[in-house]
Structures are given as C-alpha cells and as structure tokens.
Design a protein around this ligand. Structure first.
Ligand code: 5GP
Length: 143
C-alpha cells in the first residue's frame, strides 16, 4: 500500500484497539495502547499504537502526534530500565515501500545489543510466556 489511499478500520491494530483481537499489553491510556510485537526483531520489542485512526504518522493530527510522542519516550525509558539494553531503536514506517505492513500508525521500540544483528522485520513468532514476562517487567517501570 502506497502513501495514498483510505484508512481501513478492519486493519489488525484497529481490531486490537477495539478489543476484538488479543494483545500482550504493556500500557494504555486515552491516547495510546502499547503491546509486545508478536514477531519481535529483538527481545523486548514494543509497539506503541496511537488510538487515532490514521494510516501513518504523516496523516496524524498534530495534537494526536504531539500527545503520542511523550508516551513513546516514557515507554522507551521503561524498556531501558527493565531490560538495560545497549541501545534502543525507535522506528516508524510510512507506506509499504518503507517497510510498513500494518496500516494503522505505530511506533516500534526495539532494544539493541552490542554486536547483535537486528532480527528480521515481522520474522519469527515469539513465545507468548516470554512476551508476557517481558510486558510485566516493562510495565512495572511505568507505575
Ligand atoms: P510495520 O511493518 O507496519 O511497521 O510493523 C508492524 C509490526 O506489527 C511488525 O513488527 C509485526 O511483527 C507486528 N505484528 C503483525 N501482526 C501482529 C499481531 O497480530 N500482533 C502483534 N502484537 N504484532 C503484530
């Protein structure tokens, strides 16, 4: 899907936001829902999904984007405190040619380790018990 087109209200993250599909939740408020990526590129890969119905960041309202970014920072700092990675990548992809696969805007928070290659984008499925344990640890730094 290119950068033109319409928002599909039945995309997978819209369904997760509406509670129609499950997720391993890290955090939620009236602005964002954050949950573990089930095909993580590194252990502790979190997705921060603004509630606003927009396909990508370029289509978000200024207010929703401005409200989302401090949440991305706060959850990024919780990932840092919980997992003590060597680095943290924050990524956001706009349009299929840029690598976007789910067309509801979201921010990736991906812990990085010295010398470790980044895993495949949307690669292997994670162990759900591990995801749940990671989410619990990260969430404990958001209290
Ligand atoms: P994008 O490619 O659009 O930037 O990122 C979409 C992300 O969503 C990918 O990293 C992929 O692993 C993740 N993903 C795809 N389907 C699901 C799902 O059903 N649940 C969760 N938690 N993550 C998903």
């Amino acid at each position: 899907m290119s950068l033109t087109g319409k928002y599909d209200p039945d995309n997978i993250f819209a369904k997760i936001l509406r509670g129609e599909l499950p997720c391993v939740k890290v955090y939620e408020d009236d602005i964002v829902l954050a949950f573990m990526d089930i095909f993580p590129q590194a252990p502790g890969h979190v997705l921060v999904v603004p509630r606003e119905a927009a396909r990508n960041a370029l289509e978000m309202s200024d207010d929703a984007l401005a409200a989302a970014m401090p949440r991305v920072k706060r959850i990024g700092n919780a990932v840092k405190a919980a997992l003590a990675p060597d680095g943290i990548m924050i990524a956001q992809l706009n349009g299929a040619p840029a690598g976007q696969t789910v067309f509801h805007v979201h921010f990736h928070i991906i812990p990085r380790s010295d010398g470790a290659q980044l895993g495949l984008h949307a690669g292997g499925k994670a162990d759900m018990d591990e995801l749940t344990a990671q989410a619990k640890t990260i969430a404990s730094f958001l209290d």
